[in-house]
Design a protein around this ligand. Structure first.
Ligand code: NZQ
Ligand code: ZN
Length: 384
């Protein structure tokens, strides 16, 4: 096992009605920036519940954070936060709103252009504290320090990570997810599944506990994900999906083990260029990437097949192929398409993704740093 440090500062408030707890978690004299997305919270009652919970607190609203949040919109939120002198951000929404809150928090006391935080790892100090009301289980952003922001002007989707912007608390009420469109349920399950894979499907380092954690989350998602589509108002199913997505990327399962993240890096370029949903890009890239990297990942692919999909073929090559097929079939069964052509993309997209990866200096991806542009081309060609 590799050395590691582990701390997760986010207090999880899980279950029905937990939103009533939030005012007791705010600083004294709180002046809250309520950050939200395109308005789903106004239709499903979450906005009203948040305002009730904040009845005695001064609230400044900023809505309109888009899926794959943009620098352009978030800079307007920074201006509003500064003009109103807020001292806390409450993000109510999915990963995009939460990631947006982290960027606004970091930019609040930053002297230069905050885009530098994303492209030049510029240091920032005194970020605003953040709380979360989660409405879409997927990214794990509610209890990690990661933020992904897109600059429309240059079609760049970049990430930064700091525990100083990790939420202090996160309300996880499964009932808030009942109003999700089917497509977002599917996206969330696929995203969480791939988060586990990126931390699991590398090479063995004799870390059986991390492996079992990861396999437990994958199995839960495989069983509960399709149920969430079939029985949209089943509370227990929603609760299990929600908790799985949080556990997939709150730091725990990746401690002491090698990590990959190349599927995400390649996928981010597909979103930046063609505005595909985050999970759609992962469903395209992962099966092809597993195939191209099947020698480097052989032992873990065999284990994934055995322990998660119940495959035990005597022939290793066949076990690997069937496991990759099982992953692809799972995505398709969640109604997330797995080929570039399904999204009307072809040869030109491959060229443009490679150019963007090069522009962003992402030319040695994967747990061995061996996924170069030539391999990306091979992966995307296979995913056509
Ligand atoms: O904007 P509103 O109107 O709220 O609608 C949203 C949005 O259109 C809707 N939605 C959310 N909760 C709903 C709901 N609709 C009805 N009922 C509800 N309860 O869903 C749509 C998508 O929301 P979004 O927040 O964009 O989805 P998601 O949570 O999948 O977040 C995706 C973003 O997170 C980043 C992705 O790159 C992408 O930008 N990621 C962040 C990570 C992190 N911070 O650790 C890791 C991930 O790998 C990922 O990269
Ligand atoms: Zn993801």
């Amino acid at each position: 096992m590799l050395n590691f440090t582990f701390k997760n500062q986010t207090e999880i408030l899980f279950g029905k009605g937990q939103i009533s707890e939030i005012s007791s978690r705010l600083p004294q004299n709180a002046k809250v920036l309520l950050l939200y997305g395109g308005g789903s919270i106004k239709k499903n009652g979450v906005y009203d519940q948040a305002m009730t919970a904040l009845a005695d607190v001064e609230v400044i609203e900023f809505g309109g954070v888009e899926p794959n949040p943009t620098y352009e919109t978030l800079m307007q939120a920074v201006t509003s936060a500064k003009d109103n002198g807020v001292n806390f951000i409450l993000a109510v929404g999915g990963g995009s709103v939460i990631d947006g809150a982290k960027f606004v928090a970091a930019a609040y006391n930053f002297a230069g252009d905050p885009w530098d935080i994303l492209v030049n790892e510029a240091e920032f100090s005194d970020p605003l504290p953040i709380g979360v009301v989660l409405t879409l289980p997927a990214t794990g952003s509610e209890s990690n320090g990661n933020s992904v922001v897109t600059k429309k002007e240059t079609a760049q989707k970049r990430a930064f990570s700091s525990e100083t912007v990790q939420p202090q608390f996160a309300v996880l009420d499964p009932e808030y997810t009942y109003s999700l469109p089917e497509k977002q349920i599917s996206n969330g399950v696929v995203d969480a599944f791939v988060h586990v894979i990126e931390q699991y499907l590398t090479y063995p380092v004799n870390a059986p506990l991390q492996d079992r954690f990861a396999e437990g989350i994958l199995q839960t998602l495989i069983v509960e994900g399709p149920k969430a589509l079939a029985e949209p108002e089943n509370y227990d199913v929603r609760a299990n999906v929600m908790w799985s997505a949080t556990m997939a990327l709150n730091g725990l399962i990746g401690k002491g083990v090698p990590q990959d993240w190349s599927t995400h890096m390649i996928g981010h370029e597909l979103t930046a260029l063609y505005n595909l949903d985050h999970a759609q890009t992962l469903a395209i890239v992962l099966p092809a990437l597993m195939y191209v990297q099947k020698e480097q990942k052989a032992e873990k692919i065999v284990q994934l097949g055995e322990r998660v999909f119940g495959l035990s073929l005597a022939d290793q090559a066949e076990q690997i192929d069937k496991t990759i097929k099982a992953v692809q079939d799972f995505f398709e069964s969640m109604a997330v398409k797995t080929r570039l052509a399904d999204y009307d993309l072809g040869e030109q997209a491959i060229v443009e993704v490679m150019a963007n990866l090069e522009k962003n200096g992402l030319t040695a991806l994967g747990e061995h740093g061996d996924i170069d542009l030539a391999k990306v081309k091979e992966i995307l060609a296979l995913a056509r």
